[in-house]
Design a protein around this ligand. Structure first.
Ligand code: HEC
Length: 160
């Protein structure tokens, strides 16, 4: 019985070793050959270091939609979807931000870029053009909750 087990073990170990391949000889992909950009260039989707300015774009529906996507990814965890500052991270103990108030676009842009107080900046994560999209969305969000009748034109109020 004992020799049987020894033979089985011997066969098993031969099979095990036979299964080993010299990995240095395996076919492999050159990670640099498949890059869309040459080494040293900034790959797409990554914000270049120090890239902090972009022209202020006109506010369009497409810009607002882009801003909403980015806001939900990067800001809503703290500022919440409606901007009142009770996001999930805050509910788990992070200091609560103030409700997003009517600030100048440049102020909001600068806070996104460089952070403020305990809020870290997003210079490495949100491209300058997308920061303007977030600024536009934050403004729309703010307006959506703090509009007064006086902000509407007579036509919008349905006045004759
Ligand atoms: C990790 C949590 C967190 C995230 C994520 C975050 N913020 Fe903040 N934000 C804060 C906190 C906390 C403050 C208050 C900072 C202070 O004054 O000390 C703040 C402050 C601000 C202010 C200034 C408010 C004021 O009136 O003083 C703006 C504007 C702002 N954030 C916008 C954004 C935008 C836009 C994003 C997404 C790109 C974002 N924040 C992402 C936590 C966060």
């Amino acid at each position: 019985m004992r020799s049987c087990a020894a033979i089985a073990l011997g066969i098993a170990s031969v099979l095990l070793v036979a299964g080993c391949d010299d990995m240095t000889k395996q076919k492999k992909q050159n990670p640099y050959a498949s890059r869309a950009t040459a080494p040293g260039e900034v790959p797409a989707g990554v914000v270049a270091y120090g890239d902090n300015s972009a022209p202020v774009p006109p506010v369009t529906m497409a810009l607002l939609e882009r801003g909403r996507t980015e806001y939900h990814v990067f800001c809503a965890p703290c500022h919440a979807e409606i901007g009142d500052g009770h996001g999930m991270i805050v509910q788990r103990g992070f200091p609560a931000p103030p409700p997003l108030a009517a600030e100048t676009p440049q102020f909001v842009y600068d806070v996104i870029t460089g952070g403020r107080g305990v809020m870290y900046g997003f210079a490495q994560r949100i491209a300058p053009a997308d920061r303007w999209a977030v600024v536009a969305y934050v403004h729309a969000l703010q307006r959506s909750q703090h509009m007064t009748l006086a902000d509407l034109t007579a036509e919008q109020r349905g006045a004759p």
